[in-house]
Design a protein around this ligand. Structure first.
Ligand code: MRU
Length: 358
């Protein structure tokens, strides 16, 4: 019998090799292929091409990736190692700009290197490498614990028989385990609650269709897939009681960057008076970014809109294409932000600071 997709680790350190091991998500749901990456360029490519994707999973992959890369530098002079490590970290950080988890995880790893060098006059890479390994594994472990807490807070927002709409994939495939917006859904299933989950297909890369509907239905949840332009229609029908989405960055004022189309869902939810909840691990909250206007939005190639997934091009050759990967949902459209430390209600400027500093 073939293995359930949820039995595979989305991202992990394979000690044999050692390598960064990921599920190649570009091939799901048709094919489950595990990639073992050791070269920095391949890790960069895997993040850029969304072979590994979702804000928390990108952070974990970058941390493990930097550990794996540092092993390839272990014969270097310690002073040269430092320089090459920092250059490699900057390079990996350039793979995707919006999810703050990438720079957050890389910074955590860099701090370990800097701290070690500042404390030792004659640094030894034999001593430093296990420190980097521990930090990468800690980032991964923390991520699944954070998702568990998000699940516990999130389930308090659900009632028996609820219909929940989600956009993109903020699931197990986007994190170390459980997902962020999906964690309460998995928990509800475990606790025998009946739910209906509605997944937006999520054009153009189809994370909702290919990933969310796949992982949730593999776990036995009641899942219905819909195209993005059907959101208003399903909301009007009365089937949706709440919207649960993940995010790539939360600014200090509570504006949220998430997969393109999220803001449209939030606008429709406001119209139909449906609560709109954003699930945000602490690693995704960026108090250094003032508002959504300051979040860099990744622009992706036109072919993702005109050709990808189609047998032949579905638009005139050379047509101009607008393809931002994320959009900003204004804080005014968000009912609450569910964090691993508690549920944050407006005013976000004040309450996000309070909860992060608690
Ligand atoms: O481009 P992707 O697939 O990396 O975008 C992912 C999303 O937008 C998710 O909703 C977000 O990263 C949260 S994942 C817990």
């Amino acid at each position: 019998m073939s293995k359930n997709i949820l039995e595979y680790a989305t991202v992990e350190l394979d000690e044999e090799g050692p390598s960064l091991s990921i599920i190649d998500q570009t091939l799901l749901p048709g094919k489950t292929a595990i990639l073992k990456l050791t070269k920095l360029e391949d890790i960069w490519e895997a993040i850029y091409k969304l072979r590994v994707r979702g804000a928390p999973a990108i952070g974990v992959a970058a941390a493990i990736g930097m550990y794996v890369h540092s092993l390839s530098l272990k014969e270097e002079e310690p002073s040269l190692f430092f320089k090459k490590y920092m250059e490699a970290s900057e390079y990996l950080n350039s793979s995707r700009p919006t999810a703050v988890n990438l720079s957050w995880a890389l910074k955590r790893m860099e701090e370990k290197v800097k701290d070690y060098y500042s404390l030792h006059n004659s640094p030894s890479l034999q001593e430093l490498l296990p420190i980097l390994k521990n930090e990468a594994l800690l980032i991964k472990e923390e991520d699944s614990n954070i998702c568990k807490s998000l699940g516990e807070y999130g389930i308090t927002l659900i009632k028996e028989g609820y219909g929940i709409l989600t956009h993109c994939n903020a699931g197990s495939l986007a994190t170390s385990k459980y997902g962020t917006a999906t964690a309460p859904m998995y928990l509800a299933k475990e606790r025998g609650m009946d739910l209906r989950v509605y997944c937006d297909e999520t054009r153009p890369l189809l994370q909702g269709a290919r990933l969310t509907s796949y992982e949730l239905s593999s776990a036995g949840l009641d899942v219905t897939l819909l195209c993005d332009n059907m959101v208003s229609s399903i909301m009007k029908s009365g089937s949706i009681n709440a919207v649960f989405v993940g995010c790539d960055r939360v600014a200090a004022n509570g504006d949220v960057a998430n997969k393109i189309g999220t803001s449209l869902v939030a606008l429709a939810a406001k119209h139909y008076n449906i609560p709109f909840y954003v699930f945000a691990p602490s690693s995704t909250i960026d108090l250094n970014t003032k508002s959504g206007n300051d979040i860099p939005i990744e622009q992706r190639p036109p072919e993702e809109v005109t050709q990808l997934w189609y047998k032949e091009a579905m638009a005139p050759e050379d047509i101009k294409v607008y393809n931002p990967a994320f959009d900003i949902t204004d804080n005014a459209l968000i009912t609450a932000i569910v964090t691993d430390k508690g549920i944050v209600y407006p005013p976000y400027e004040l309450n996000l600071q309070k909860i992060l500093k608690a």
